[in-house]
Design a protein around this ligand. Structure first.
Ligand code: UT7
Length: 326
């Protein structure tokens, strides 16, 4: 059976570091509150000239290099992003052009913070059907561009980064074993950006009403996230006759350390099998799982044959889990 196997990973985060101490000077908050409630100590913020595709290109170049491929080897590009460079054309198209992937089709996937698992799912399908041999999957965000830095409920959490994975068709039993995607639009008002779309196009009034920033009901998102995160991870394991004991590494979306801890408790996983880097990056949306995967690989946390579980959730609600034999 042909599966999509990851043969190279890459990541990139902007140089500028915004610490909790910096935020203390911007809104009424404290390092203690942010660390205790979210686990975040610092995050990276793009400068005025950097858009999501700039981050994506750098992450993708690293992934291609590690996969020993040239851009022309890529058949298709999927970019998960909530913060595209512009409404259209797609950020994936920008990446395709900038990398020089002349043979590749490309598409953006918008599934908010679940964009990592969603983009991986979309990209891998083309490999499983035999349509394409090599697909570049990317998660890229500049969430700081839609962050209201007067809203302490969101500005301490959201941040910028990109991660990439090169998928290749493989018949050796390793690769993506399964992926589950879910959504429930009943929860859309818990996390959304009201302005700029066809519902509320940009006007001086929408700008004045701060409608072009992400809005979040944090405590409510927290509760739904813990439940859905835990459920989707458990379901995919059960379907494959596996238990938490079989998992070598779990890479969850990095939204909040307490959400991760509560969810893995439900799944029955010990924290030493969970990869966490939220302390240094904050919530980087569709990028977070890819960035964490790159760090896990570079740190030698994954060896051939390991069973890897990925899971992500985000606004929409959209969420999902992926199971992979490394
Ligand atoms: O990527 C997926 C989407 N996002 C998430 O998964 C985020 C989910 N939610 C969360 O991570 C948490 O709900 C937060 C970190 C956003 C908030 O933590 P919490 O423990 O749920 O706090 P809360 O919203 O219940 O607020 C507790 C108190 C409130 O004050 P009062 O009403 O008790 O006086 C808030 O106003 O903390 C206050 N607060 C803050 N205080 C200092 C809210 N934000 C801050 C802040 N600094 N940055």
């Amino acid at each position: 059976m042909t599966r999509a196997k990851i043969i190279g990973v890459g990541s990139y985060a902007p140089k500028r570091i915004l610490t909790n101490a910096d935020l203390e000077k911007m809104v009424e908050t404290s390092d203690e509150w942010i660390v205790q409630r979210s686990g975040i100590r610092e995050r990276r913020i793009a400068d005025d000239t950097e858009a999501s595709s700039d981050l994506a290109v750098k992450a993708a170049q690293q992934a291609l290099e590690r996969a020993n491929l040239v851009p022309e080897d890529i058949d298709f590009i999927v970019v998960g992003t909530t913060t595209p460079d512009m409404f259209f054309p797609t950020t994936a198209n920008m990446v395709q052009h900038r990398l020089g992937c002349r043979q590749a089709g490309s598409v953006d996937v918008l599934a908010a913070c679940a964009g990592s698992v969603y983009s991986l799912a979309v990209g891998s399908q083309f490999i499983q059907t035999g349509k394409y041999r090599r697909v570049l999957c990317i998660g890229a965000e500049t969430l700081s561009k839609i962050t209201d830095f007067t809203d302490r409920g969101t500005c301490v959490l959201l941040a910028d980064a990109a991660g990439a994975a090169v998928l290749e068709a493989s018949d050796d039993g390793s690769g993506l074993l399964d992926v589950d995607l879910y959504s429930d639009g009943r929860y859309w008002e818990l996390l959304y950006m009201p302005g700029g779309g066809s519902r509320h196009p940009a006007t001086p009034e929408t700008v004045a009403a701060r409608m072009h920033y992400a809005k979040m009901k944090g405590a409510e998102v927290f509760k739904v996230a813990v439940r859905m995160f835990g459920e989707c991870a458990t379901k995919i394991l059960e379907r494959h006759g596996l238990t938490a004991r079989d998992i070598d590494l779990f890479i969850p979306h990095q939204a909040n350390l307490r959400i991760i801890e509560a969810a893995v408790k439900r799944v029955g996983l010990p924290m030493d099998k969970v990869f966490v880097n939220i302390d240094r990056y904050g919530n980087t949306g569709a990028a977070s799982v890819y960035v964490a995967l790159e760090e896990a690989v570079s740190a030698g946390r994954l060896k051939r044959g390991d069973l890897l579980l990925l899971a992500a959730f985000g606004g929409g609600f959209a969420w999902g889990a992926a199971l992979m034999r490394w």
